[in-house]
Design a protein around this ligand. Structure first.
Ligand SMILES: [Zn+2]
Ligand SMILES: [Zn+2]
Length: 309
């Protein structure tokens, strides 16, 4: 079968390889690209197996054994480590990562698979993976009734998904991003936009840079909550202003990945039309076009390339 294999940083080749082995073979109908793929392509990534390696972690397709349409979840939690025992499977210490969506077929453990609701297109189903991370990030903000005024820093795909979900919940949302195209996308989803944020009940950081973490703390109202969604380069340190953390009693929380239930929730939200996934979709493209798509990086409008192998 054909697969896009990473041989090293910025060295992606489409090759003929043997069938993958694993519990369930899934014929890939759509795999979407994400910022993590750009990072993997450019620098490698801690969860990648040794080169040459298949990658791609937002994958939807059809089971070869049963014909059922599935989303291939990108990880399976161990179920026994301390976070798993506490019900926080998204920070499992020993997850099995399931990569390899940029190929004609992917092998996955049964436990990684999710049924795709009828009528939901493969590209939309693939996007349930990142959308589940947005669902999780919103769940990380404490407090019911909901904090009505939310800020989002960063208008990439994750920031756009957060904004869309927050708007769908009936909150007032303001998104900050320096790119005009990205602000226009957020406005089309019902958010307001601003050059800088200030005084929001809850602030979601979706950039993954220490300066943005700091801006998120500065943009939070007294007693509010900051949710840090963007992962920074390994080894990064962020210096945060101490005054609001202490005197304004800000809650600062990390949000990473998602649980199995949050993936199913994301599939349901997409199926209900809560998020306009088409506004984030670019392509479709074939495997051969993937290197150029990744090289284009994360600039310009927020977009996820839909790869149809
Ligand atoms: Zn992703
Ligand atoms: Zn675990």
């Amino acid at each position: 079968m054909r697969a896009a294999l990473l041989h090293g940083p910025e060295d992606l080749r489409v090759e003929q390889i043997g069938e993958p082995s694993g519990e369930v073979l899934v014929r890939v109908q759509a795999a979407t690209t994400c910022g993590t793929d750009v990072k993997m392509w450019r620098h490698g990534h801690p969860i990648l197996p040794p080169y040459p390696t298949a990658f791609g972690h937002e994958t939807a397709g059809v089971r070869e054994d049963t014909g059922e349409r599935v989303l291939v979840g990108d990880s399976v939690a161990c179920g026994t480590c301390r976070p798993c025992a506490a019900g926080r499977t998204q920070i499992c210490r020993e997850p099995r990562w399931v990569l390899g969506g940029f190929a004609e077929r992917i092998a996955a453990p049964e436990a990684a698979l999710h049924a795709v609701p009828d009528g939901l297109e493969p590209a939309a189903a693939a996007m349930a993976e990142p959308l589940a991370a947005a669902v999780h990030a919103i769940a990380r903000a404490p407090g019911r009734p909901l904090a009505p005024d939310a800020g989002v820093i960063g208008g990439g795909p994750m920031g756009q998904m957060l904004a869309a979900l927050l708007v769908a919940e009936g909150r007032t949302v303001t998104l900050a991003d320096p790119h005009r195209e990205r602000r226009a996308q957020a406005e089309a989803a019902g958010a307001m936009t601003a050059a800088r944020l200030s005084d929001h009940d809850v602030v979601f950081e979706a950039v993954g840079r220490p300066a943005a973490w700091r801006a998120a703390v500065q943009a939070c109202a007294p007693g509010g909550c900051v949710v840090l969604v963007g992962g920074c380069v390994p080894g990064s340190d962020a210096s945060l202003p101490t005054r609001p953390l202490h005197y304004d009693e800000l809650d600062v929380r990390g949000a990473f990945h998602h649980s199995r239930e949050e993936v199913d929730r994301a599939l349901a939200l997409l199926s209900e039309g809560a998020v306009d996934w088409r506004s984030l979709a670019a392509g479709p493209i074939g495997l051969e076009e993937l290197p150029a798509a990744l090289a284009a990086g994360n600039a310009g409008p927020a977009r996820k390339w839909v790869v149809v192998p």
